[in-house]
Design a protein around this ligand. Structure first.
Ligand code: FMN
Length: 138
């Protein structure tokens, strides 16, 4: 069973222009994630980030520790995801790109929600990521 986390955070990048920095983050992440055996997906909406990390627990936690300390975003909210299998096997990181329509699904995750509701919303964000990953441009 893959250990999985979804976090959402608020971007501190300036837009427009932030997209290029996110593309740099994604490109730089592929090597380290692959070395740690971690797969997943990153969405950037211009307001928020959402990222799914899945793989060996040590690898996921090591990455989350680095990401937590990154000054390019703030208030990462981490939601543990129960999933039997990886959702993005073979993808060191899918960069799902600029996706402002995801904002309204991410925003409520910053409020205090019952865990079941947070888990439900998190699953919806992950399903959207899977949709982006299937697009030819992803
Ligand atoms: C939104 C966001 C997502 C990130 N995702 C990853 C990632 O999946 N893998 C990775 O190696 N670094 C990622 N980074 C960069 C890390 O925060 C960090 O800069 C990098 O891993 C270097 O780690 P270190 O500073 O501990 O050496 C991300 C940064 C941001 C702002």
């Amino acid at each position: 069973m893959a250990y999985s986390l979804l976090y959402v955070s608020k971007t501190l990048l300036e837009y427009p222009g932030g997209e290029a920095e996110v593309a740099n983050i994604a490109a730089a992440s592929i090597k380290r994630n692959a070395e740690l055996g971690v797969t997943g997906a990153l969405v950037s909406t211009g307001t928020y980030f959402a990222q799914l990390l899945e793989g060996p627990r040590e690898g996921v936690e090591a990455l989350m520790e680095s990401i937590n300390a990154d000054p390019r975003h703030m208030q990462p909210r981490i939601i543990r995801i129960a999933q039997e299998e990886r959702r993005f096997p073979g993808w060191a990181l899918v960069y799902a790109g600029y996706a402002s329509l995801v904002d309204r699904h991410i925003a409520p995750l910053f409020s205090s929600l019952p865990p079941a509701d947070a888990a439900h919303l998190a699953q919806r964000v992950i399903t959207m990521m899977e949709g982006f990953a299937r697009l030819p441009s992803a």
